[in-house]
Structures are given as C-alpha cells and as structure tokens.
Write a protein of this length. Structure first.
Lengths: 303, 124, 160
C-alpha cells in the first residue's frame, strides 16, 4: 500500500462519550439536526424524535466565524505570558510521547480511521444549537467543553495499492540491474567475459589497437611476400626480366594475402563473437524462464 | 554593499531534494549573499542528518529569512528541532516532495493542534 | 458576580469560535498543502521532460545551480509583509525584474543559454507554487496564532 495525495481534506472529530451523552439528553430540545449527526446517533443506538428536521448536506460553504479580537486581546492580556509558555513547553514535552505512540499505532495499522465523525458543518450546527439552548436557559454547556474530550482526526492520505504492472516492470529492471552488477563483479573471474566491452576509454583504445595491429600485420606480410618475389628469386636464380619479376612478386604476395586474409577474417569474427557473447548469454535466461511461463517468453517482443 | 541593506523584503530559504531546490531556484528564490552564504541546501541520500540540522539552525538564526521550506521527509529527520521552534518568524513550511505526498499527521503545527484535545472514553 | 459570569460566558463563546476557526484553518491549511503538492508535481514532471529531451540526467541538476563559491546574486522573489491587511501580518511575494548589473540574474540561464520550452514552463509553474507558498505561510501563521490564543484562553477560563 502506498500513500498518495490527500483527497478529503475535511477535519474530523471523533466524538467522545460526553458528546453522545449530551446529544442523547438534549435531543428533545433540538429543532433541526444535520444528517451526519442523525446518522451518528442512530448507529449509536439513540432514536431521534419524529418532529426534528434533518438538514441535508448541500455543499454550502460555511464562512469562518468572526473573532472579536479586541475582547480576545483584553482577555488574554490578563493571562501572564510565562505561565502560558511554561504550560506549553510542558505540554510539548509530554505531547511527543503520546503522539509518537499514536503515530506508531497508526503506522502499524496503516488503515484509515473508521467510525462516525463530526465534520465541520456538524460543529457549526452544534455551536449554533448550543448558543440557542443557552439562550433558552436549557443548559449551560459550551462547545469547547464537549469537543475537548473528543479526538481530532487530521485529514488522511489515500492509500493506494501499487499498480501491478509497475511492480512487474520494476522487478524486471531491478533484475537487469543486478545482472549487470554481477557481470561487472565476475568479469575478472569469468574467462568468457574477459573481452566483454567496457564503457571506458582505455578499453576502446585497446580494442582499436588490436584491430590496427591486425591490419598492419596483413599489410606487412603482403609487402614482404612481394619483396621476396621481386628481389629474393632474382638473387637466387640470377638475372630475370623485369616483367617476370613483377609477376613473381605479385603471385607470392597474392598467396600470402590469401592466407593472411583467412586468418584476419577468423580473428575479426572471433572479435565479433566476443561482442555477441553476453547478448547470447542473456537470451538464454528468458528461454529457461519460458519453460515455466509462456507469457514471459512473449513479453520481450511487446516492450 | 550598500545595495544589500537597501533591499526590502525577506528571503525564502529551501532545504530539499534536487528537484525541489532546482524548481524553487528556477522560481527565483535563490540568493547568495556577500558572505557567500546560499539560502538553499540540496539534500541527497549521502547527506547526514546532522548536516540538515545544522543548516536548518543556521537558517533560523539568519534574520533576513522569513520562510523556511523543508521537504516533509527531511523534516521528519529533524522533527525535534522543528518542534522546538515555536516563534512565528521564520515560518517553517513542510512541503511535500515528489515521492512523498503531504501527510497531515506529521506536520508539526497540525500535531500541535491535535495535541490540544485530550481524547478520553471514545466511542468507536 | 453576575458581571463575572457574563464575562466568562463571553470568553467561552470566544473560545468556541476560536475552535471553529481552527478547524477551518486546518482544512484550508491542508488544502493549500495539497495545492502546493500538485503544482510541485507538475513542475517536477516538466523538469523531467526537459531532462528527457536534452538527454542525460545532468542537463538540469544540482551541478548547474550556483554553490558557495560562485559569485553572489540576489533573489528575484522576496517576501514582503503587508501590514495594513486585516490580520496585521499577511505576507505576499514581490518580484524584482531581472537586472544583471545589480545582481538580479535570470535563473533559467544557469541551465542553458537557450532554455527549452518545457524548462520555461517548469519555471513558471514553480513561480505559481511560490505564490501558493505565501498563501500557505499566511494560513500557517494564523493557525499558529489561533493555537496560542486557544491555549491562553483555556488558561484564562480555568483561572476563573
């Protein structure tokens, strides 16, 4: 399972027993209820009176509450700062422990939290209802008293299983990577791979040298053959006519060239074979795999 | 460098992986000041946690930085330092990186918000 | 006695609305982070496309961005606080025009002399992302303030 982007960014509140008790006790006084709260009460075994209007979620955006900053400043001004800080730092010392436990558990489970929650809309409804009830002197409960005992659940990431095709491809790429690493490691041990081309300049120059030497050798031998026919036979047998000497030289050179050509071809072919060797080796692997699964054998062509 | 002091506004600094840094630098937030201190740090897999921590603390100390961006996966590594930083300036923004989506339950400030509730006798 | 009660009620009501505001802010905060994530991801894709088109991984990388040893330059983007806003410490982004002589260099030119289309698009995507960041930073500050206010309000109510 992979975490992916958060889709539902709503804040959720897991109601505590206190909230439920309150809802159960005060249900006669409600005039309307959001559908989510109604559902919540039903699943927890509380019936709603018949005459309550259930509000449907119509996707209406609720404005942020206005905060009386003046009052806030006035009230907070009374609270000495150091106390807050102390309290805060205490809390922060305690918090991580709790949080870490919570996080650990979550990560162990790695499941979305289940159950019924209060959403922002429900909180607004609750707040309005409470202020209404307070006005009617039915109860003296404030929202914060209710929700402080509840749990705030932050938006969670969607969990998505990995795409199996991607998984397969990753597996294949990983195998190839490992194979390459293995070849690199065993290069000095495996005689068959001794001439396997590397990606370095020294290797390229080396192989270039080899080919140049082979060609130079060919030219030298042919030249030597011609020299033998042109001068050597003349010296051995005596003075010969010029045309005959050239003919002899060319013939000797030709014979040697033929023989050399054979060796050169053989050598170059060998070199090609070395280049091909790892490729052929790799091809063998899928063939063995093909005996177990036919799908695998067909796949390399498709990609 | 009289020019430097005359510039108004503060900087955004970034601690993140290659793509995040390159991207935001393309956006034009990068600066190297006259002391040759860059306001960005590229973290790769060889970077030690202590280096990230030192860099983060250095950014906190600089008074010309207003926002510190940090990839959330690296913020996880130095969580204690970020939790200890409570003053609003510079603001530490934990941003998602390309291979780690944003996780609300790890964000320092949201964890603080959640810590204000004391859940008890919850109903499942 | 009654005045104290009224005051307490007002304080409690205030705390209620603070809590509600906090929930709003948490939602907005999360949403802004999701937006950042989206923009960031599309920017990363554009960067990857640039790399793919130019061949090789080194065409757009850390190797191109300046280091400690390169010459100094100034940021094009700066955070400016607009103190006349309703909350007092809203911030916004201000951009400076590119001007080589005073140290405002164009970041695109680090990567290539003739930046490809996708790299330009990536740059503009990340510019959008920076705007989102400022918005997110504002939200985070508000949230931070609200959390602090709530904890001090709690102290206040407990004291009474």
């Amino acid at each position: 399972m992979l975490k992916s982007t958060i889709i539902d960014n709503r804040v959720r509140i897991r109601p505590s027993k206190k909230v439920l008790d309150f809802l159960a006790n005060q249900k006669e006084h409600f005039t309307q209820v959001t559908d989510n709260v109604a559902k919540l009460m039903k699943t927890n075994g509380y019936d709603l009176p018949e005459n309550i209007v259930i509000l449907k979620d119509d996707g209406e955006i609720i404005a942020r509450p206005k905060i009386d900053n003046v009052l806030l400043k006035k009230l907070i001004g009374d609270v000495p700062d150091p106390v807050i800080k102390k309290g805060k730092s205490h809390k922060q010392n305690e918090k991580p422990k709790q949080e870490e436990d919570g996080v650990d558990v979550e990560e162990d489970e790695l499941k979305p939290v289940k159950g019924h929650f209060l959403y922002l809309k429900d909180c607004h409804w609750l707040n309005n209802t409470l202020s209404d009830l307070r006005k009617r002197k039915i109860c003296e409960i404030f929202l914060y008293e209710l929700i402080e005992s509840s749990e705030l659940i932050l938006p969670e990431n969607e969990l998505k299983p990995r795409n199996p095709e991607l998984e397969k491809r990753c597996q294949r790429l990983r195998e190839e990577q490992h194979n390459r690493e293995y070849h690199k490691m065993t290069k000095s041990v495996d005689a068959g791979l001794k001439y396997y081309p590397e990606d370095t300049i020294s290797y390229q120059i080396k192989s270039l040298n080899k080919q140049i030497i082979a060609v130079a050798q060919f030219i030298f031998s042919v030249a030597a053959g011609f020299t033998f026919g042109f001068f050597g036979v003349n010296l051995m047998v005596g003075p010969l006519p010029f045309g005959f000497r050239i003919l002899l030289g060319v013939m000797a050179a030709l014979v040697i060239a033929l023989a050399e050509m054979y060796f050169l071809a053989k050598k170059l072919h060998e070199y090609d074979e070395v280049l091909d060797a790892p490729k052929r080796k790799k091809e063998e692997r899928p063939r063995t795999a093909a005996s177990t699964s036919r799908v695998e054998a067909l796949k390399p062509h498709s990609d | 460098m009289a020019l430097h002091s005359a510039i108004k506004g503060k900087l955004i600094s970034v601690i993140g992986d290659e793509d995040t840094c390159v991207g935001f630098l393309l956006g034009g937030i990068g600066e190297i000041n006259k002391n040759r201190h860059p306001n960005f740090m590229v973290v790769d897999k060889n970077t030690a946690v202590s280096e990230i921590e030192d860099c983060f603390k250095r950014f906190l100390k600089r008074d010309d930085i207003d926002i510190i961006l940090i990839n959330q996966n690296y913020a996880e590594l130095i969580r204690h330092v970020i939790d200890a930083h409570t003053s609003p300036v510079p603001a530490v923004l934990e941003i998602p990186s390309k291979d780690h989506p944003y996780d609300a339950s790890k964000d320092s400030i949201l964890r603080r918000a959640r810590g204000m509730f004391n859940p008890e006798d919850l109903v499942r | 006695m009654s005045t104290q009660k009224i005051e307490k009620e007002a304080a409690s009501q205030l705390l209620d609305s603070l809590y509600l505001d906090m929930f709003h802010l948490i939602e907005d905060h999360t949403q802004s982070r999701i937006n950042i994530e989206r923009t960031n991801a599309s920017g990363a894709i554009l960067l990857a496309r640039t790399r793919f088109q130019q061949g090789g991984n080194n065409s757009v990388s850390v190797a191109q961005i300046p280091t400690k040893n390169s010459t100094e330059f100034n940021a094009l983007c700066r955070v400016v606080s607009a103190s006349d806003e309703k909350n007092g410490n809203e911030i916004s982004i201000e951009r400076h025009a590119v001007e080589k002589s005073t140290g405002y260099v164009e970041p695109l030119n680090w990567f290539s002399v003739l930046p490809p289309m996708s790299l330009r698009q990536a740059a503009s995507t990340f510019k959008d992302c920076i705007e989102l960041l400022a918005e997110s930073a504002n939200l985070q500050r508000q949230l931070d303030a609200i959390i602090n206010n709530i904890s001090s309000m709690k102290q206040f109510i407990i004291k009474q």
